[in-house]
Design a binder for this molecule. Sequence first.
Ligand SMILES: [Zn+2]
Length: 417
Amino acid sequence: MKKLTYLLVATLIGLLLIGGLASAQEAEMETYISNRSGTKITLIYPSYADHSVIQSFMKRREGELAIAEDLLGNKVSSPVVIRIDPVLISGGAGFSNLDKFHYTVPYCILSGIYETSQFFYQNCSGARETGVHEMTHLLAKRKLNPLVPPFLAEGLTVAMDFTYRPKDVVDPHLATKGLLLLDEFRPLNELLKLTRRGLTWSDQKKHFYWQGGSFVAFLIDEYGLEKFKEFYKTDYITLTLRSDEAIEGIYGKSIPQLEKDWTDFLESYAPGEEKRARVFLQTWEDRTGSKLYQRLIKIWEENQFELIGYSSKAYRLTREMHCARISLGNLSGPPTDQVLNTYLEADKETKELLETWLKAAELYKSSREDVGSSKVKAEETLSQLRKARDLYLKAGDNYMAGEISKLVNQGIVGIFW
Ligand SMILES: [Zn+2]
């Protein structure tokens, strides 16, 4: 009788694994023609993605391309490929070569199942995943210069994004003012030579994105976009090895002179907002939950829909943290103390959720291993499975909780009949 129950539980788990794996692999492809510029955009996305989510994703990319084209005064005419891959919680975008974007979007978004936070809705509803950032990369690479130091490449994209939607993104001037206050400001001649190699993501954010964005926005405000485009077209060797020559040739100033103008501007920027600038940088540094997150990601990558499904609750909390960070980095955000509070609460809740989720996955993994060995009693395994299910529910992973419920219900039938 009991042997039969082991077998039943084992078979059910086996069947579930096969079903889960098969559905996650396929990809769909769709081609759109932009109404504005006639650019052909091909979108590759997972087959299980909600079609309305994909369509609104596409509409936003198309709109952002048009904005970037207007901002830089150039048009993209040749085809663009956007590939979308699912991830667990946070998503991002990357731009490679001349025609390919790679977006990672949380599974819960692709399925159209996600919780939005009140705070996010009130303060970040205008914030798109990447805004015009990636589209500006595309234009700058194709129309201006395919190879520039990351300080200028990211600087231009951040500056354009900030110009277009100053209330929805981090204010690079405020962030760089914070770097000055915390003595983390890197000098201009270093920044132009700096490569990504060996730099942490946090340092790249500071020096390429925020310092770069602040410097480029400053240059464009002071000397105009056309002059900046001319500077941007300088060849890589001159920009990095003879940067003095490159800057003096276009702007008629030495690097130390131009840097002084820039830091003078920053010192008088947003007077009285020093605390906001400092707190902003500190929340960006606080990555205590990231180790838990890394462990979870590892399990997700190896056991997608076997040990980890998805949690729209985790998505809501991480969005709320991200939104609080952006609101702190923006002068039009709510008061510093209020946002900091929201950030700290969401941060605490996120860590608890990640811990619970990890526990659920570990417990479920060990009960599955128990099923394979003859030592364990079926009732014990079933009770472990129920515990794991409750933990998954607490973590908001309704997918895994549902899968275990099916198992447990079948198991109970096996024992009592
Ligand atoms: Zn970028």
